[in-house]
Design a protein around this ligand. Structure first.
Ligand code: SF4
Length: 175
């Protein structure tokens, strides 16, 4: 049977889909009609970059020391966990695997968890472990955006619906 009517796929943070993969073993399940619609249409492709990068659940929380995910990908910053361990490589590995998943499933956009050092898209914690945030994106968000996959957070589902309805993703050039 043809799947020409299949709606576009959306990458989503696994914790937003209800999987208990956060650093403290909890989830952040979304409760929203748009989310349920996309789920019913089988459009959501779950990924947890930190687990994909090889990190356990639970794990020590981690923060980007300076700048944001872009700075980490350019080699000018690191991701350090609350125990002082440098987990930068795991974060980059997770970002690469998440990008591969997005490309393998032809995801046209992503819904990622705000404030996470992997998944944040507006603000991230500032590296002081004092609950202070600064403007910036997570490592996986940066990886996706550099590859023309727009990232929305869990408070921006209407914006994502508008983006999908506009068909703008059909014009995205990837070369
Ligand atoms: Fe959720 Fe992203 Fe953190 Fe995984 S890395 S628990 S998907 S916010």
């Amino acid at each position: 049977m043809s799947d020409s009517n299949k709606k576009p796929n959306i990458l989503i943070s696994s914790c937003l889909l209800g999987n208990p993969v956060r650093y403290n073993g909890t989830d952040l399940l979304i409760d929203h009609p748009l989310f349920k619609k996309w789920q019913d249409h089988d459009q959501l492709v779950a990924v947890c970059p930190e687990v994909e990068g090889g990190m356990p659940v639970p794990r020590a929380p981690a923060e980007i020391t300076k700048g944001d995910g872009k700075t980490v990908l350019s080699g000018k910053s690191r991701v350090i966990d609350a125990e002082g361990e440098d987990v930068t490589n795991a974060f980059i590995r997770g970002a690469l695997k998440s990008l591969k998943t997005a490309l393998d499933y032809n995801c046209v956009a992503a819904i990622l968890t705000e404030h996470s050092p992997s998944c944040g898209s507006n603000m991230v914690y500032d590296g002081t472990f004092s609950k202070t945030k600064r403007e910036g994106v997570g490592v996986t968000t940066s990886m996706l955006e550099q590859n023309h996959i727009p990232v929305f957070n869990q408070e921006q589902l209407e914006d994502l619906a508008e983006y999908l309805d506009s068909g703008a993703y059909l014009d995205v050039k990837t070369d």
